[in-house]
Design a protein around this ligand. Structure first.
Ligand SMILES: Cc1cc2nc3c(=O)[nH]c(=O)nc-3n(C[C@H](O)[C@H](O)[C@H](O)COP(=O)(O)OP(=O)(O)OC[C@H]3O[C@@H](n4cnc5c(N)ncnc54)[C@H](O)[C@@H]3O)c2cc1C
Ligand code: SF4
Length: 499
């Protein structure tokens, strides 16, 4: 190996697992130092493969060049061309860009997420660095955004910096969506969400908390009073597995469980907790249970380890490693079929073992082998078995005009516009990846579509060349460029189904 260039990835260190499970807030990953960031960024070859790996197409090599020179401000500006949640993503992005990094097989893919974390955490005041130039597009129509999760807030950012009047309606009492109600603080510090949400809202968007569309304000009134609407409600309707004993005390759906804990409630989980599921939510429920005092936490998943959600990816490896360090137990290829109880409280979980069958169609399918039953003693069961969108706030006559996918999801075109002109949708309710960066990418496309639509409607006189406009920019080769000749197709094309 050369004496001058060391191609080995700069290791990412973890705080001691035994110490971190004692606190809900103690972070898992030790940040890089500036020297480590410079060393790691200097490994980048600039090939740009990672740009295709990133759902938002962030100019990853661009900010490596900046950081190899220790230039944090340019590092931030380049990220911000595509991402108003740099610190959030610096903590919890599943970093698909790292999986496409050409260095993956050569001593480790570039640690892009950890570099992002350093850049954003070291810059307290984004406004001072970015120097956003608010556009005057010859009109200031208003746009309603339903939901203040990452996709709703990102759209608020892009639209407000283009002079659009934005009103965000949020059912809960704070901004952030799942980032704040679902993801635990030991993975995503609350100050990061607050800092980035406040920055976004500082460009003039109004936000109405505790305002559920369909209950406190009717969707029809948004349609009447706003020039366009962006539906960004995420997936909040729990999917239960519907087995005997599900209504016993001590059985929760993970979303409800995480929501309550993240909002300061105390839940006694006892010593033995079983988690059903294998995705983001299951890991968070397991790791939170340990922090609530559980001694034995078992994750039961119906498929094998190599068929688990997100596998193969470096993120799937990392989440498994972090959970194993904390002594979460994994029981793969299992099908729970009954919860047993005593005096109305859950006491046991019965399950079958599965056989993984290759049907020749995609992932191997789990098939329970029912001739032998297994039982584990539990004090709490948490079902992390998915959630869906709740579109019940949309009146029937509008719903009938919205094209949906075979599974009932809203169908959107390349600008995230639904088949109903002026209604746009994005985030978990339309994209398949269901992560923060994909929701942010949706909001970029939707914002471009909304501006094109508003121009079409004569509400603004021109569309900008780019969605973002920072003093001294553009900083990135992948900034959003808007082609004003191209207007969104009103009828969604079924070939553009996104899930
Ligand atoms: C436990 C858990 C852990 C996760 N971990 C990660 C991770 O580490 N990395 C990652 O990238 N992704 C992670 N995800 C996924 C990620 O959180 C979602 O993809 C992302 O939050 C989706 O953003 P969104 O804006 O579409 O929706 P949400 O974040 O769900 O936000 C939707 C918002 O809309 C509001 N709302 C809903 N209905 C209405 C209504 N009728 N009126 C008004 N407001 C309404 C909700 O209150 C909410 O604030 C995780 C998800 C979960 C559940
Ligand atoms: S794929 Fe890896 S080496 Fe290539 S530009 Fe991206 S980060 Fe750099």
């Amino acid at each position: 190996m050369s004496n001058y260039v060391d191609y080995k990835r700069v290791p990412i260190k973890h705080y001691n697992a035994e110490e971190r499970v004692r606190s809900l807030n103690k972070e898992t990953l030790i940040p890089y130092t500036l020297d480590e960031v410079v060393a790691e960024s200097s490994r980048c070859l600039g090939c740009g493969l990672c740009i295709q790996g990133c759902p938002a197409r962030i100019d990853v090599p661009g900010y490596q060049i900046a950081m190899a020179n220790g230039n944090l401000e340019d590092g931030l500006r380049i990220n911000f061309e595509k991402l108003p949640f740099v610190e959030v993503c610096g903590n919890v992005c599943p970093h698909p860009c790292e999986d496409s990094c050409i260095l993956e097989d050569n001593k480790g893919s570039l640690a892009t997420r950890h570099i992002k974390k350093f850049i954003s955490e070291d810059i307290p005041d984004y406004r001072e660095v970015l120097k956003v130039r608010i556009q005057d597009l010859g009109g200031h129509p208003n746009v309603a955004i339903v939901g203040a999760g990452p996709t709703g807030l990102s759209a608020a950012f892009y639209l407000s910096i283009n002079g659009i009047k934005v009103d965000v309606f949020e059912a809960t009492d704070k901004p952030g969506g799942v980032m704040v109600h679902g993801i635990p603080p030991f993975r995503l510090p609350r100050e990061s969400i607050k800092k980035e949400a406040e920055h976004i809202l500082s460009y003039g968007s109004r936000i109405f908390y505790n305002t559920r569309i369909g209950r406190d304000v009717l969707f029809e009134s948004l349609m009447k009073n706003y020039s366009a609407t962006y539906i960004a409600i995420g997936n909040w309707k729990p999917t239960r597995i519907k087995i005997k004993g599900e209504d016993l005390q001590g059985v929760y759906h993970a979303l409800e469980f995480l929501n309550r804990i993240n909002n300061g409630e105390k839940i006694e989980v006892g010593e033995r907790v079983a988690i059903i599921g294998g995705g983001f939510t299951a890991y968070d429920a397991a790791r939170i249970s340990l922090r609530l005092g559980a001694k034995k936490v078992t994750m039961l998943y119906r498929r094998s380890a190599i068929d688990r959600p997100g596998y193969p990816s470096s993120n799937a490896d990392e989440e498994l490693e972090e959970a194993e360090e904390e002594r979460v137990i994994f029981d793969w290829e299992t099908s729970p079929f009954e919860y047993t109880g005593e005096n109305g409280r859950v006491k046991g979980l019965k399950y079958w073992r599965n056989q993984m069958v290759d049907t020749g169609k995609g992932r191997r399918q789990p098939v329970p082998v029912k001739d032998k039953e297994y039982l584990i003693d539990v004090d709490t069961i948490i079902e992390a078995t998915g959630q869906r969108e709740d579109l019940s706030f949309i009146p029937q006559e509008i719903m009938e005009k919205l094209t949906t996918t075979p599974t009932g999801d809203l169908l959107v075109n390349q600008y995230n516009m639904t088949s109903y002109p002026g209604i746009f949708a994005g985030g978990d309710i339309t994209n398949k990846r269901k992560d923060i960066i994909s929701g942010v990418a949706d909001s970029g496309r939707a914002s471009m579509g909304i501006l094109l639509y508003l121009k079409e409607q004569g509400k603004i006189q021109r569309v900008p060349q780019r969605l973002t406009n920072y003093e001294g920019g553009p900083y990135s080769t992948t900034s959003y460029e808007i082609n004003d000749k191209e207007i969104p197709a009103f009828a969604a094309n079924p070939t553009e189904i996104k899930d």
